[in-house]
Design a protein. Structure first.
Length: 248
């Protein structure tokens, strides 16, 4: 009986979330963006998350020229659907509304090649790729085991060896991407003006002033201060209340 009640609750929650999502879409089509935002955020606040909800929510904020919430929600959508080109395109448009134009220092060398390769897929996708190649390895093993001709045994044996290499590379890529993803703590500046300090205290000199929509990476925390790194690799301290972490 308890399991039935839980199932009914999950079904009703899913139905409600779908209804709220459709209602939000209707508000968006009518250009009632504030109402659309309320509908989409009610879904997120209920614990339901999806790339579609965050994407539509970001679009609504973008229409209202609210830079920080738009960028933040596009980034949230991209976390759930990292290969979605439409999200990436809209995110770039939203970034152009931000005041700060901070130079992006590109990575070089082996680390760049490795990151570029592993970031092509989310770590869950790499896991499925490894499982798929493991299945192919099993097929080639069966072929090798039951083959009577020497040439076929050689072909299947070489194939098994190649699939093992690919399985290892896929699994290693997944672990690397998962580690990289977990160690990165991106955040978006929500304050209209946020001084970046040389030390974690109010009286410390400003190194620069950041504005809403700027993306930073959190390195460490002390009390109500966060040490952050910008895309140009400069660092400084910013008040905790001025930023919002993307992965929380």
């Amino acid at each position: 009986m308890k399991q039935i009640l839980v199932l009914l609750l999950l079904v009703s929650q899913s139905f409600w979330a779908q209804t709220a999502f459709e209602q939000g879409n209707k508000y968006y089509e009518k250009e009632n963006y504030d109402a659309a935002i309320s509908s989409y955020e009610s879904i997120i606040n209920s614990g339901k998350q999806s790339a579609e909800v965050y994407f539509n929510l970001a679009n609504s904020y973008y229409k209202l020229h609210k830079v920080a919430p738009a960028i933040y929600n596009y980034e949230k959508a991209l976390l759930l659907s990292p290969n979605d080109t439409e999200i990436k395109t809209n995110l770039e448009f939203a970034r152009k509304m931000a005041i700060d134009d901070i130079k992006v220092i590109p990575k070089v060398g082996f680390s760049k090649l490795l990151s570029d390769f592993t970031s092509k897929y989310y770590y869950d996708t790499w896991a499925w790729i490894a499982v798929s190649f493991a299945f192919l390895f099993l097929v080639f093993f069966v072929g090798y085991y039951f083959s009577q001709r020497t040439i076929l045994k050689r072909i299947f044996f070489i194939g098994m060896f190649l699939w093992l290499i690919v399985i290892f590379l896929s699994a290693a890529s997944g672990f690397y991407e998962k580690s990289r993803n977990e160690n990165e703590r991106p955040a978006i500046v929500f304050a209209e003006n946020a001084p970046l300090k040389s030390e974690p205290k109010t009286g410390s000199p400003d190194t620069t002033v950041l504005h809403e929509g700027t993306k930073v990476y959190i390195l460490e925390s002390i009390a109500n201060w966060k040490k952050v790194e910008l895309t140009d690799e400069s660092t400084g301290w910013i008040e905790d209340s001025a930023i919002k972490e993307i992965k929380n």
